[in-house]
Ligand binder design. Structure first.
Ligand SMILES: *Cc1c(COP(=O)(O)O)cnc(C)c1O
Length: 414
């Protein structure tokens, strides 16, 4: 695949080669990541990169877009079929701009929005103070219940009635349980707010039928395309027909310039893959694997936030093992297991070195691992975490990881 760059730029080729090797030889367990098919990679690396196509299909500001129009139409048509959406915009560059575009489209600067707080599982663009969302809009944040660590819909409803927001955003980056999008939409409707669901993490699970869909009742749905959906790094906005015009205008010319049509080609390829029956099996296996991994970690004495998982991710509270999130992240890295340190709800420690780690099964499932391997993965992880300051333990775990990686190879022909 690197035949050209190898000749013209050996430095870059070497770095890419090293990253291929890294991805092949680690357990990549960051739940927002996935490994796309070679077909998605090829589409992204195509000459569609070269074309300026500001505007929308059949209404462009540049000439020569008759082929590009076919590409974008195809991506939209497949996305609609995949999610049952009335209107789709596939141009958002990534998840963060997609969310800002929705706010920009449907609200006035300074309007009140409700979103989940970052420290309890939400995303930066759901109103965090350091993010543009939190500066440009008046966000009020909801979280999880202290004892159950679950979303408390009655409390959210009460808060919505008091705050009277113009929009309620649901969706999370670190919430291991099902989200009741229907309830969120009902709460929004009861206070006259627009409902928005950000399904970035779980889009693949929604498509696979293993997480309830926010359609058809949610007004606007955003998602990244590179997480469980297993497509290129990018995003899309889906909405009811009544919001289509302002949303399209907010994406272009409101916030973006030329769409990345090579990425849109990658999206189209990923959507076709997700439309296949095999993708449903994949999504089901992601969840089965997460549950099996959770059982394995629990058996090792690690506490799982909410006691387990319904989706692709787990939040592990490492306090029972007396290890911090950062210590675990660093140790696991040495053992070739990639996770991220993460706050747990009501974390007594600081965000930079919190009490937990966040981990997920999308990539290991893409590699073909199943429940029996997950049990082994959990045991290896626990051994590395317990032995976080013992190089010989980390070395032993690393050997186990490399052995499993060999049995479940990735990108063999790259
Ligand atoms: C990942 C994510 C985003 C942001 O996506 P980027 O592509 O990283 O900008 C937004 N919202 C949620 C819920 C996410 O999980």
């Amino acid at each position: 695949m690197l035949e050209h760059v190898q000749k013209t730029d050996s430095k870059v080729a070497q770095i890419i080669q090293s990253e291929i090797k890294r991805q092949q030889t680690v357990f990549e367990m960051i739940p927002s990541e996935n490994m796309v098919s070679p077909s998605v990679l090829e589409a992204m690396g195509s000459v569609l990169n070269n074309k300026y196509s500001e505007g929308y299909p059949h209404k462009r500001y540049y000439g020569g877009n008759e082929v590009i129009d076919q590409m974008e139409d195809l991506a939209i048509e497949r996305a609609k079929k995949l999610f049952g959406a009335e209107h789709v915009n596939v141009q958002p560059y990534s998840g963060s701009p997609a969310n800002l575009e929705v706010y920009f489209a449907l609200l006035q600067l300074g309007d009140k929005i409700m979103g989940m707080s970052l420290s309890e599982g939400g995303h930066l663009t759901h109103g965090h103070a350091v993010n543009f969302s939190g500066k440009a809009y008046q966000f009020v944040q909801y979280g999880v219940q202290k004892d159950t660590e679950l979303l408390d819909y009655d409390a959210i409803e009460k808060q919505a009635k008091t705050e009277k927001p113009k929009m309620i955003v649901s969706g999370a980056t670190a919430y291991p349980r099902r989200i009741d999008f229907k309830r969120f939409a009902e709460i929004a409707q009861s206070v006259g707010a627009i409902s928005m669901a950000d399904i970035s993490h779980i889009a693949g699970l929604v498509v696979g039928g293993v997480h309830p869909s926010p359609f058809p009742f949610t007004d606007v749905v955003t998602t990244t395309t590179h997480k469980t959906l297993r497509g290129p790094r990018g995003a899309m906005i889906m909405c009811k027909e009544q919001f289509a015009k302002p949303i399209d205008k907010a994406v272009f010319p409101g916030m973006q310039g030329g769409p990345h049509e090579h990425i849109i080609a990658g999206k189209a390829v990923a959507f076709a893959e997700a439309l296949k029956p095999e993708f449903k099996d994949y999504a089901r296996q992601i969840v089965k694997n997460a549950k099996a991994l959770g059982e394995s970690l629990s058996a090792e004495g690690i506490r799982l936030v909410t006691g387990g998982t319904d989706n692709h991710l787990l939040l592990a509270d490492l306090r029972p093992l007396n290890v911090t999130g950062k210590q675990a992240e660093t140790a696991l890295d040495q053992a070739h297991i990639t996770v991220n340190a993460n706050t747990i709800p009501f974390d007594p420690r600081k965000p930079f070195d919190p009490s937990g780690i966040r981990l997920g099964t999308p990539v290991l499932t893409t590699r073909g691992m199943k429940e029996s391997e997950m049990q082994e993965v959990g045991q290896l992880m626990a051994r590395a975490i317990r032995g976080w300051d013992k190089p010989s333990e980390l070395e032993a775990v690393k050997r186990g990881v490399l052995y499993l990686c060999k049995q479940f190879p990735l990108y063999e022909d790259l």
